[in-house]
Design a protein around this ligand. Sequence first.
Ligand code: ADP
Ligand code: MG
Length: 240
Amino acid sequence: MSLLSISGITKRFGGITANKGITFDVAPGELVGIIGPNGAGKSTLFECISGFYHPDEGEVRLDGQRLTGLSPDVVCRRGVARTFQKLRPFQGLTVLDNVTVGALTRTKDVKHARAQAREILAKVGLTEKTDSYARTLSTGQRKRLELARALATQPRVLLLDEVTAGVDQRTIPGLVQLVRDLHAGGLTLLVIEHNMRVITAVAQRIVALYLGEVIADGAPDVVARDRRVVEAYLGQAYVQ
Ligand code: ADP
Ligand code: MG
């Protein structure tokens, strides 16, 4: 049974094929990790799923219904929320208002949306920052805010793009635990994560991308030892 079905997604930018026939399914309640070196096409795939890009070929379905071709706000209302690798909270709004904006995708009642936002802020551990301006948050706190905003839209599938990237090392375990808690609560997650140790610890399954293509798909320990995956990462170590 599949909740999110990605089939034959191809996305080109001029001469670059950022996604090449990407195909895999995500079952309800599953936490699937997406790995791959920089430029592998991970973020582009999220853009194609969430409606920010329209793929040149292929389609994405949620519960059998086609998402491809819909605008990002409609995809979000259908139940797919995402966080951005490059964080973009509304800097001049408070933490509470940022999350309330997310909740207002589901209700027109501002009071109700605020109450939901407060609940979600508690869930992600940001209650003490409720009335702070987003611009005053640390990177780790901004990652939590981004998560809270996405959760406020009441997703059926949550797409997380590099939640632990660029944060203080000491902040990582808390963020990882938060992702685990969301999964334990029944949420279906698709998680892009550069840190192999983090992803093998949280994912039930890993899909590895390289040069826009799926090169491995399976259990974390098997994918982590896959020859093509190891070579893809080694190659990157040499070029960096
Ligand atoms: P990843 O997230 O795995 O690091 P991306 O999906 O960001 O990879 O990028 C995949 C490839 O597509 C890269 O070669 C990147 O330069 C290219 N790319 C991504 N977005 C664009 C864009 N908007 N215009 C042109 N090229 C792009
Ligand atoms: Mg990326």
